[in-house]
Write a protein that binds this ligand. Sequence first.
Ligand code: URA
Length: 220
Amino acid sequence: MNKFPNVYVVNHPLCCHNLSIIRNKETSAEVFRNAIRRITYLLFYKATEDLELEEVNVETPLEICKAERLSSKKEIIIAPILRAGLIFSDIANEIMPFATVRHIGMYRDEDTLTPVWYYNKIPVEFEHPEDKIILILDPMLATGNSAIDAIKLFANKKVPHKNIRFVSLISAPEGLEKVQNAYPDVRIITAHIDNHLNNQGYICPGLGDAGDRIFNTVEN
Ligand code: URA
């Protein structure tokens, strides 16, 4: 149990095992990426568990039967926040090849810890926003500032808040509180809630800078 009503912690032994690999500062970029990919499947199992289904008739080699498939009315939008979110979007797109991928480019101003936008591939307005399911992807939910900005982008286009999910690997309690206060109906799926944020806005104990570790750009 955690104190945030709409935050789901995927507390699975395989998540714990792979988290122990990615937290280790000696883990190479290749092993780091592969361990995150393994966790990603488990996060998406939870993040997609209530997708709407519709009934169809299917002819097997033996007979016609009723089957269920994802509702054709709903559009699933995968929205990775660049650059670290890309590690999730490959897997998300593999398991939902029919989804639309709309990248969000944001980096964190290291002095103010506020997000700076440099790109987004979101249309000016959505037709039928009520039929969009949004999966915003960012491995580290730290201050919550970029999460709130990304959620706002879709909320301002009239996507119902309950249709928006935020998928993260590790979350800070400070960020979760901020996002839940701003958007209580947005569901957050994470593999772990860590202890706190440090003065530089890093999650502790965390894993360092996720983007640098994924893309092997850690400067010593
Ligand atoms: N972004 C990261 O990559 N790591 C943190 O700890 C916080 C934000």
